[in-house]
Ligand binder design. Sequence first.
Ligand code: DC
Length: 234
Amino acid sequence: MLNPLTGNLTLTKPFVIAIDGPSASGKGVTSRRLAQMLGLLTVDTGAMYRTLAWHCLRMKVDVNDDKKVAALCRKWKTKLVAEEGQVRLLVDGYFPAKEIRTSEASAAVAHVAQVRAVRDWMKAKQRECIQFGSCVMEGRDIGSNIFPETDYKFFLDASPEVRKQRREREGVQEDVHARDKRDSSRAHSPLMPSLGAMIVDNSHHSVQETCDIMLEEINRRRKANRLAPLKPVA
Ligand code: DC
């Protein structure tokens, strides 16, 4: 398989580093840094759910109507591509990077994400992502449900005060607490640390420190399986 970032031939089987955690726990920035360090792709699964929420809004489908959301998802025409170091879900050839971050999309997404048929659809799509190579995949149920077989599972967390401050610094007015509550209490794949996940509270760590802790743990687990350590390429 060709590494889409380096163009080199990769002989190892693609693997996934699973990063789960609540909103503003630093999953996005940590995944991107770790992937960059190791020359891997990133997959932001929250962006995939947000893209469906945006599509519902655009098609005037009520996000509270599970049946209509499921029906729209089933007939959705999408494509996965690897570009700019990320695996992205395109809709009609377009990646709605800005549109999925609006307050409307943020408010709609937790409703869409609790629909069973949507989660099944997303699981299949997210598992397809490794066709492009090894990935750092971030979300809420990656270690527990999407790639439970991976050895590299992390649950990032930070105190509620720190998470609130992070969102405010980004200029995002979001009820982080309400969304976490909905994500943690839903019936299908609720947010929780998966079995075998290392829990990393990064309230007082920089992104680099968090990545260093994770890489050390990945290599500890690789050593236990007699695998060569992963080495930073950047
Ligand atoms: O990480 P984020 O804020 O972009 O996620 C958007 C929403 O999607 C959030 O409500 C949680 C949900 N989500 C999920 O249920 N499962 C995932 N794997 C990723 C996100």
